[in-house]
Design a protein around this ligand. Structure first.
Ligand code: SME
Length: 162
């Protein structure tokens, strides 16, 4: 495999995602396993964007998320749908952008260095919610709709593997 992690922090996010998506697709297409796919996406996105925490929380019971493959500092293990930014994303099945984590009621601080966050829902090919993908940054206001638009096709590349 010729792929290596790219550092795309110097690029505007839209350009970073434009480079990242084909790389993710080529890695995930060949992997045939959802855990391998989640691990590879976490790695590629984490190194490309320089985020503090980058990874998946999986739906393991009707209202419960459990940590999946990730990169970064230690994440909490279980998050119920009624807690935190990840829970809000899972409950609403919509992306959640949090410019200032201190202003989000119920934000779960796994790492006190986190200042902003974006969480995107992850669906299988039948449209069932399987996970959420969480990015945390040490910079305030680091995420926008550009990130949601960029991350959505990245995590959709897993849809056929669930
Ligand atoms: N901040 C998240 C919890 C997960 S971690 O940041 C890794 C939340 O409020 O759901």
């Amino acid at each position: 495999m010729a792929e290596t992690t790219l550092d795309l922090q110097h690029l505007p996010r839209a350009q970073a995602y434009a480079q990242l998506l084909p790389q993710v697709r080529s890695v995930v297409e060949g992997c045939g396993d959802v855990i391998a796919g989640m691990a590879s996406i976490s790695c590629l996105v984490h190194h490309a964007l320089g985020t503090l925490w980058t990874g998946f929380y999986r739906v393991v019971e009707p209202n419960l998320l459990r940590v999946g493959p990730y990169q970064g500092t230690l994440g909490c293990i279980d998050i119920s749908f009624d807690r935190g930014v990840c829970g809000a994303c899972a409950r609403t099945q919509q992306a959640v952008i949090v410019p200032d984590v201190h202003a989000f009621p119920g934000h779960i601080a796994c790492d006190s260095a986190s200042r902003s966050e974006v969480v995107v829902p992850v669906f299988d090919a039948q449209g069932i919610l399987r996970a959420v993908f969480d990015l945390d940054s040490t910079k305030p206001n680091d995420f926008s709709n550009v990130d949601v638009t960029g991350i959505t096709p990245i995590v959709s590349s897993l849809a056929h593997l669930w």
